[in-house]
Design a protein around this ligand. Structure first.
Ligand SMILES: C[S@@+](CC[C@H](N)C(=O)[O-])C[C@H]1O[C@@H](n2cnc3c(N)ncnc32)[C@H](O)[C@@H]1O
Length: 377
């Protein structure tokens, strides 16, 4: 079976490496997509364990030269829909088209839907389908007239881990899979003390904790495939059981967070409780007043380095003078606190000027459509 993990631009290599670590066979990658193959358990494990991907799809077809509605209909009709869908299944269709002759996505969606209904009618006597049962979202991509037909096995995005219900009420939540990617790209290892001085709801620290304690990110949520006809419940339960038994809290991990907002710190505490992980040191403090002693951020004797991974405000909702002062406060601490590596994710483009030096690495990533960089100093 062929599967595809989708991700934000710039994270393909990170997702590729995660799949490799899971022992899953990778076919190839392109912008925003990593293709992999295996039996159904590869899909279960990818959904349960991938920290940085958006969704996992089962690829039903990949074919070139789909440049007319007739060809689109035929390509979709050929697929074994009665094996995948029940008579009452709900099957919304989404189409994305890029650089292709078939540009009207509503028209393509209606053709794809028609082809599926026609095929189902060869097995089910209904003339119309109630679509009242479990949902299987059918997603088609057309790019340079090449068609991919796939089904979304994850359901809602993999960033929805289930531990951050309260993020819905906050102003500046960061997606969990982006936070995990920042931790991954920073090169953090669980023996290093990690500090986030703008921790907000604690996403970066919580993702680091889940990595350190080997907690599968998908254990607290539901996946679309669980209700499908093709889901092998016993096999899925086995994969979940292995994940539950993999949790390991024996290593002592030093995670520290601060934020000027008391409310945000309270939300972080709620999230820690939901995940039921060992305590994380949290305090409310404006960065302009934070001292190294206050953080208690001492690089350990075994690992020379400590690390800061953080996502400061960058001006969309804050006043420009405030923003400048925040980055100046960070720069002063960067120069004064020795032996610590800094990884700052921001859209604030003056950061290198304020720090008075070029970043060692600058990685372009998107945060909800906003172009940002992860600056590593
Ligand atoms: C972009 S958000 C970080 C979101 C966070 N990564 C999360 O997962 O929720 C920036 C955070 O910086 C905090 N903040 C703003 N100005 C600050 C300051 N001067 N000192 C410390 N924290 C500040 C805000 O309260 C907000 O939580």
């Amino acid at each position: 079976m062929l599967f595809m993990a989708t991700c934000s631009f710039g994270l393909e290599k990170v997702v590729f490496d995660e799949l490799k670590k899971l022992g899953i066979w990778i076919e190839h990658k392109k912008d925003g997509h990593v293709f992999f193959s295996g039996e159904i358990d590869a899909m279960y494990r990818a959904n349960l364990w991938l920290r940085t991907a958006d969704k996992v799809f089962l690829v039903l077809k990949q074919t070139k030269a789909i440049d007319t509605f007739e060809k689109l209909f035929e390509a979709v009709y050929e697929l074994p829909w009665p094996d995948l869908l029940r008579g009452e299944s709900t099957f919304p269709v989404l189409v994305k088209s890029k650089k292709s002759k078939l540009t009207s996505t509503p028209a393509c969606q209606s053709i794809v839907k028609k082809a599926i209904v026609k095929k189902l009618q060869t097995v089910y006597p209904e003339t119309t389908f109630p679509e009242s049962g479990e949902e299987m979202v059918i997603q088609c991509w057309l790019e340079n007239d090449e068609l991919i037909v796939a089904i979304n096995t994850s359901g809602e995005g993999l960033h929805r881990r289930g531990y951050r219900q309260n993020a819905l009420h906050t102003e500046t939540p960061m997606r969990e899979n982006l936070a995990a990617a920042l931790v991954n790209l920073s090169g953090w290892e669980k023996e290093m003390p990690l500090y986030d001085p703008f921790c907000g709801t604690g996403t970066i620290l919580l993702e680091a904790a889940m990595i350190a304690y080997n907690i599968a990110p998908g254990l607290g949520r539901f996946f679309a495939f669980e209700k499908w006809k093709m889901c092998d419940t016993d096999e899925w339960e086995k994969v979940r059981k292995v994940a539950l038994e993999s949790r390991d809290e024996t290593t002592k991990v030093t995670l520290i967070g601060s934020d000027q907002s008391h409310e945000q710190i309270s939300l972080s505490l709620e999230n820690i409780q939901t995940l039921d992980i060992p305590p994380i040191k949290l305090f409310d403090q404006d960065i302009r007043k934070v001292s190294l002693e206050g953080v208690g951020f001492k690089p350990t004797s075994t690992i020379e380095k400590g690390m800061i991974v953080t996502n400061p405000p960058y001006g969309i909702k804050s006043d420009a003078k405030d923003i400048e002062e925040i980055y100046q406060a960070l720069a002063r601490r960067y120069h004064a606190w020795k032996g610590i590596s800094w990884h700052i994710f921001t859209a604030y483009e003056n950061i290198e000027k304020v720090f008075g030096q070029e970043a060692k690495k600058r990685r372009k990533l998107y945060n909800g459509g906003i172009k940002c960089y992860l600056y590593s100093f």
